[in-house]
Each structure stands twice: as C-alpha cells, then as structure tokens.
Design a protein around this ligand. Structure first.
Ligand SMILES: [Zn+2]
Length: 138
C-alpha cells in the first residue's frame, strides 16, 4: 500500500491510500478518485520532492540499500513464480475458492484491486500485497 498526497483543481490537498502507482492511475482514469472537499474528479498526485542528502556517501549508501532490496524482491518474485500458481485477474475468486472449498494447498498469486484485497481480508482470507518488481529494470 502506498499513500499519496493528492491535489484537486479546487486547490485542496488530501491523502489517500492505493495499492500502487498503477492502481492510482487506473482508478483516476476511470474517474474513481474523488476530491473529498468539492467532489470533483480533477485530482492529481502532488509531486513529491526527493529528499536529497548533502553528504554524497549517504546517498551511495542508500543506493546500495535500494539495490539490495531490489535483489531481494526479485528473488522473492522468482520464488513466488516457481512455487505458486499465477491466476492473474482471477485472484480474488481463486483465493475464495481455496479458502471456502479447501481445494488446493498450493499458493496462488495474481492481481487484485485494493477493494478486492480489503474484502478478502474482511472474509478472513490471508492476502499479502507484495511489491512486484520488474525483471527488466536494472
Ligand atoms: Zn476539490
């Protein structure tokens, strides 16, 4: 989950949670992101200023940390792909059928919207949101 500061054309800013930046983009495209003040749909993400460190060694330490983190996430992705079944957009249905019918013990992975994820959790189904890192970005 990621928290964005949003700004509306009315000039007000507010915060909202999304599964990721793609989630925000797709919801916003479908006009599902609404200003909490004036109910307009002309909402944008505010630009986040990167925190620049004055000391360059701190910066390189941070880069190293990010590289490590990225590698771990990539390894994790490989592990999931190897050991779990990709159910794509059918994720919430598949998760329910495993939970209620106890059909298969094999893990699954796929895509779900923030709403679907929240519904599954309400039903007591364990769902983990993981950062799905792209292999091609190096
Ligand atoms: Zn507004």
């Amino acid at each position: 989950m990621i928290k964005y500061n949003l700004i509306c054309k009315c000039g007000k800013t507010f915060e909202s949670w999304f599964a990721g930046s793609r989630e925000f983009d797709s919801l916003n495209k479908k006009k599902l992101v609404k200003c909490i003040y004036c109910e307009s749909y002309s909402v944008k993400k505010t630009v986040m200023a990167p925190r620049l460190s004055k000391k360059s060694n701190q910066l390189s330490k941070k880069n190293k940390f990010e590289k490590n983190l990225k590698k771990q996430l990539l390894d994790f992705r490989k592990y999931v792909e190897k050991n779990c079944k990709d159910v794509g957009d059918q994720f919430s249905q598949e998760a329910r059928s495993i939970h209620y019918d106890k059909k298969s013990s094999k893990g699954i992975y796929g895509k779900a919207t923030a709403e679907e994820t929240a519904e599954l959790r309400e039903e007591g189904i364990e769902v983990a949101t993981i950062p799905w890192i792209d292999n091609s970005e190096n």
